[in-house]
Write a protein that binds this ligand. Structure first.
Ligand code: PLP
Length: 362
């Protein structure tokens, strides 16, 4: 048979480009400050929680993730029927895109922000309504309200700037925007505020969260969404039924219930962030105020130069020292900056030493 893959695939899939995640080196010895993972291991309770489930692996997991959803409900003071689990929060964002986006249903995004959103639009063959940020990454409230998109994705705290948005501007957006506003709160545990309380007032609000960052469980792949029970019911019918496996459910539940350990790690990250921000300030590098476990900073070389070539130079120098940070080319608001994940104090000292060498060598 003369089978031509090209002819069989959907036209929009032919032009679709795969998502490119931050580099995950497969050799050891790297200091990874490029994908906002937690520098601390997950709760020590996880090991027992996961191993105790091993004999149960011959059976399918609870498709509703009931027990984990109940634990998440306690954290946020919401009801379990307001929660959907995902294989990472990316999976929840994907389910939302499947429900709301298509060739005639556009998706709204802020630019620059999380690069998964345009990827999801492309998968659904959905047009993108992109709203450009100003230099301060202020929330363009009126532009979002005027958007015709059926769904609008925005991270808060924002990635990659790290800037957090308070509930007053978010409330204005929710009052004025006619579609579903998805606030991606992947980093909210590192912020002073979050939007969860707004769920009680606004059925057009949906919030996504993850265990990948603040709980140190990026490798386990657990995230969740919070929304109105009506929408959650619809989304349950769209997701893969067993999207969060048995071990992931058990591990995430142990992590969320170990509040003391969670708080300890969180506060350590915040304290290191403060110290690192002070160091950047001493150096005179402009850095956005961060509500996240990363900072977005504009490197300056020994001659006082900054700009894309300087940021790339430091990025490459750090790589030769086996230190990975993140560089986002192709946008005027990002191309002169580096995004640096907050590690342990000692990891940040290693980074600081390498930066000093780069300044001296340049
Ligand atoms: C803004 C934002 N949202 C979502 C995610 C994805 O998180 P998860 O690991 O839960 O899929 C990330 C990961 O880097 C992110 O930066």
């Amino acid at each position: 048979m003369d089978y031509k893959l090209q002819d069989a695939l959907l036209p929009h899939i032919l032009s679709h480009k795969g998502y490119v995640p931050g580099e995950q080196p497969d050799t050891t010895g790297w200091l990874k400050l490029n994908t906002n993972e937690n520098p601390y291991p997950p709760s020590p309770r996880i090991s027992d929680a996961i191993t105790s489930q091993i004999n149960g692996l011959r059976l399918y997991a609870n498709p509703d993730g009931r027990s984990l959803r109940e634990a998440i409900a306690v954290k946020h003071n919401v009801r379990p029927d307001q929660i959907i689990l995902g294989n990472g929060s990316d999976d929840v964002l994907n389910v939302l895109a499947r429900a709301f986006c298509g060739p005639d249903n556009s998706i709204g995004i802020l630019v620059p922000s999380y690069s998964l959103y345009p990827f999801l639009a492309s998968l659904q063959s959905a047009p993108i309504e992109a709203i450009e940020f100003d230099q301060d990454f202020d929330l363009p409230i009126d532009d979002i309200c005027n958007s015709r998109a059926g769904i609008f994705f925005m991270p808060s705290p924002h990635a990659p700037s790290g800037k957090g948005y308070t509930n007053e501007p978010l409330r204005l957006v929710l009052e004025g925007f006619s579609g579903l506003l998805v606030i991606d709160e992947a980093y909210a545990d590192f912020a002073q505020t979050n939007a969860v309380e707004l769920l009680a007032t606004f059925p057009n609000l949906f919030i996504t969260r993850t265990f990948s960052k603040s709980y140190g469980l990026a490798g386990l792949r657990v995230g969740y969404g919070l929304g109105s029970p009506d929408l959650i019911r619809v989304l349950h019918g769209i997701r893969d039924v067993y999207n969060v496996d048995l071990l992931a459910q058990a591990g995430a539940q142990a992590a969320i219930e170990d509040i003391t350990y969670f708080e300890e790690c969180r506060l350590k990250v915040l304290a290191t962030r403060t110290k690192f921000l002070e160091k950047l300030k001493e150096r005179g590098w402009f850095t956005y105020p961060s509500q996240s476990n990363f900072v977005f900073t504009e490197p300056v070389d020994i001659s006082g130069r900054k700009g894309p070539a300087v940021a790339i130079s430091l990025f490459q120098y750090l790589k030769t020292k086996k230190i990975l940070v993140r560089y986002f080319a192709n946008h005027s608001l990002t191309e002169s900056f580096l995004r640096v994940t907050i590690g342990t104090d000692s990891q940040m000292e290693t980074l600081n030493r390498a930066i000093e060498q780069w300044i001296a060598n340049a």
